[in-house]
Design a protein around this ligand. Sequence first.
Ligand code: SF4
Length: 235
Amino acid sequence: MRLINKKDNQIEFQTEMNGSLANAIRRFVNQIPILAIEDVEISKNDSPLYDETIAHRLGLIPLKAGKGKEAKLNLKARGKGIILAKELEGNAEVVYGETPITFLKKGEELNIVATAKFGKGVEHSKFSPGFIFYRDLVKINIDKNCPTEIINKCPKKILRVEGKEVVVKNEEECDICEACVKFCRKKGKNLISINPTKNIRITVESFGQLSVDDIFKKAIDALKQDLLVVAKKIK
Ligand code: SF4
């Protein structure tokens, strides 16, 4: 495994892995239990947004879970200005406090009691902790007779001319668009071949409720649990 890039909310790495396994792990991100606001009681809402719109916005605010199976959050605001997610108080931590909820004019009020519960991304996207995507890495073989104007056909600009021949630099940046292959075919020749390797590049992005490491590990755990259930049923 080779680390390519790591930030707070994103990790990119390269590894030898079968594409179907990577795809299974990717799909199981939405089987990780995540806390999000599910029930909302709005006792006062003078803002220009409907109750339903505010409830919908609250549901999409990423939360870090404390202890317990659910969390209670209160919001009591009186104008004037933008009401931010950090004004929610309770036993769950708001990840991005500067997220706007609504706007109040002078003297207007907003009173909310919200209940956050655990759910899975397969039920609703508000329970998604982030996402995983991947792409196959390839080996590109270029015939020495390949016309040099082909370098302008590559959207990734990874084809170069060295001496009189076309070569590829940063092969791992190829997104397999096949523009180069099609260009050669139009000329009636197969001078470039793009061949699969055993390696893939995986990117994990977090919406903030869990770290990228946890998302990857928990997706694998969820996949393992599912396979155990299948194995038991087969027995
Ligand atoms: S497949 Fe697309 S990205 Fe890859 S080398 Fe050819 S033109 Fe460039």
